[in-house]
Design a binder for this molecule. Sequence first.
Ligand code: PMV
Length: 345
Amino acid sequence: MSDSTQSTIKWRCPSNIAIIKYWGKKEHQIPANPSVSMTLSAAFTEIEIDLTKKTNPDTVLNYFFEGKKNEAFEKRILHFLPAVSAWLPVLSTHALTINSHNSFPHSAGIASSASSFGALALGLLDASYPGKYENDRQSFLKEASRIARLGSGSACRSMAAPFCLWGEDEIFSGSNDEYAVPVGPVHPVFQNIADSIIIVDDSAKAISSSQGHALMKDHEFAAQRFEQAGKHTRELLAILGTGDWEKFIRITESEALTLHAMMMSSPTPFLLMKPGTLSVIQTVQSFRKEENLPLCFTLDAGPNVHILYPADISISVRPLLEEIQKTGNYRIIQDQTGKGPEKLR
Ligand code: PMV
């Protein structure tokens, strides 16, 4: 941090959608299995951090979301900061006022904790070490990923594009449980994927992801699931290199349905799909068969459906989106693969 008593830093961090799902964790947000995600572009969080020099080492934080004081998320950040303070000297020297803004609506099936903790990690790391990473963006993003992970696991996968791998896997030499790494090389057909997010239901989540992860601890099928995720990860990494959409579709849909199958067969079962979720899935699958187009669905831990397809066939996919919109009167948010985080100030 510079010697001046006051400064401002601003970062934009995108959200991401998992293709291979992270579901189940160990202590310190270490994932129970590797996961792979696609980085989005239209869905992002922008964070502006005002830093003012202080005289005592206690954390001083004021957090505003969309211009309003947000005590619930402020509490979550206050819980997160002690876990990362060793990497962020700025926390003991400066008081923080944070203004956060999301480009997408709440409960829209877009991981807001991923982009929010991602942006926070980027801003605080940049403020802690001004200039240090100027010529080494890769190391900066790796450290930001490590910090973001401790706020929300999936946040660590928002630091690179178009795809990130998080979790150690013996066949991918750079992989790590503590931070995500970019996947590569990615075949051109997977470099620009459109994501049409169908908002089937925008009410708040019935269960938090922490509660969901915890249910994998005593899950009867946990070992098999973790093994399957590892196998899918290896397959997907190969597919991303060869550009095989047919195989991509099979793994992506299997992962989405397995995630929900795990929830439904948990020690305390829970069901997050709605009738509309199934209806959209069936419409997607019928359309794919009829039109012979490379498109598929994926789901997060919620009822909303992400439809993925090469951005250059968007015109051919329009009739599908129109049909879905007409039958369910659903809102659709349009997104696509992005380029990763961006410093704004
Ligand atoms: O990052 P968390 O703890 O909110 O967990 C995210 C879990 C899923 O979104 C369901 C899957 C994933 O890999 O993003």
